[in-house]
Design a protein around this ligand. Structure first.
Ligand SMILES: *Cc1c(COP(=O)(O)O)cnc(C)c1O
Length: 359
């Protein structure tokens, strides 16, 4: 069987042992004679899966029982709208603009006509950094950030100290490091980057915030509805939640977020130091103090033609998913949890070889 090294930004590589477990259980889940896909979401069998996933999310991050864990659909993109619909009460909603994904969230706030303000942005330097955070309102409905900017390859080293509650899009660094949960109102992400297949959005919300919702919000878009229904107001993505649960089980077995973060730091250090060493050939996009441990975006100084060649030569060498996002171009290596240190070593040695031959 040929498995490529998959540096895709998302959907992205899933650990082989998780895929194999799913394969083993595909036709007959735990020898019950049916697939997990073929069973009612209201059954005891599925209840155990979803409750276990919920428990594991809380255990990994250390979220208290003040928080509800939801598994929703519509992607992270639906959250861009659902968040202001539920959490804006007319006070200001503060947004920090760090790239395409926050711009989309801001656009939804604009469409909904809520009271919002972009309080900081790094757009003037093409989102190559996390901007300095100015004095924030003491009394905002929330402050919105994107923890890791998948396209530009920037990441908050720590979350801003806000006076109001934080809302965090963590789609591309979910389950990759420990976080300070203290000031979090809502923490969310599509799981397809670092938690399994596409089709499930993890939303962790402080339960009392769900009561803010105004009377014009449709039932299905209220967090309250899904909290009361244990994410089953409509039929959830049962197979996706099952896959996520397998991923979480593995993560806990391997030492949790602290252990995986240590691995991620080593992988990123290896790749960034290679880029820095070969700075006459490669150029990283993100400023050093904003560099992402998950998505490493860089260019070849000599230009686009060589970047194309890099991507196609990499493919010949069994490495896929290295083409940069269309908004930024260049090359992007996504080195999520499932990418090993050895995988990054393989990439780095390819990069050295490529620079030597084309420099
Ligand atoms: C991928 C991504 C999204 C969009 O996710 P969808 O599930 O496709 O809606 C949003 N935010 C970030 C940070 C992402 O990386």
């Amino acid at each position: 069987m040929n498995r490529v090294i998959n540096f895709s930004a998302g959907p992205s590589t899933i650990p082989l042992d998780v895929l194999k477990t799913a394969q083993d259980e595909f036709l007959s889940y735990q020898n019950k004679g049916f697939s997990i896909m073929e069973v009612s979401h209201r059954s005891a069998v599925f209840d155990e899966v979803i409750n276990s996933a919920e428990k594991r999310v809380k255990e990994l991050y250390g979220f208290s029982d003040d928080y509800a864990v939801l598994f929703l659909q519509g992607g992270a993109s639906l959250q861009f709208a659902q968040i202001p619909m539920n959490l804006s009460t007319g006070k200001v909603c503060e947004y920090i603009n760090t790239g395409v994904w926050t711009k989309k969230a801001i656009k939804e706030a604009e469409i909904l006509g809520i009271n919002y303000k972009v309080v900081a942005s790094s757009e003037d330097t093409n989102f190559d950094r996390i901007p300095l955070i100015p004095e924030l309102s003491k009394d905002a409905d929330y402050t919105y950030i994107c923890s890791n900017n998948t396209i530009y390859g920037t990441q908050y080293k720590e979350f801003p100290k806000t006076k109001s509650l934080l809302v965090i899009d963590s789609s591309s660094d979910l389950f990759s490091r420990e976080i300070d949960t203290k000031n979090i109102g809502l923490f969310y992400g599509g799981i397809q980057k670092n938690g399994g297949p596409a089709g499930v959005t993890l939303v962790v919300i402080r339960k009392d915030l769900a009561d803010r919702v105004g009377k014009n919000v449709p039932n299905i878009l209220r967090y309250k509805t899904q909290i009361d229904a244990n994410s089953m107001s409509n039929t959830p993505n049962t197979f996706g939640i099952y896959m996520l649960n397998l991923m979480l089980k593995k993560l806990i077995k391997e030492g949790g977020l602290k252990a995986v973060n240590e691995k991620n730091e080593k992988k990123a250090a290896l790749l960034y130091s290679a880029i820095d060493e070969m700075s006459d050939f490669y150029k990283g996009h993100a400023k050093k103090d904003s560099r992402s441990l998950m998505n490493v975006s860089f260019n070849i100084i000599k230009g686009e033609e060589l970047e194309k060649k890099f991507v196609s030569k990499a493919l010949e060498n069994n490495m896929m998913g290295l083409k940069g996002h269309r908004h930024l171009g260049g090359i992007r290596a996504s080195i999520y949890n499932a990418i090993t240190y050895e995988n990054v070593e393989t990439l780095v040695s390819f990069m050295r070889d490529f620079a030597k031959k084309n420099g």
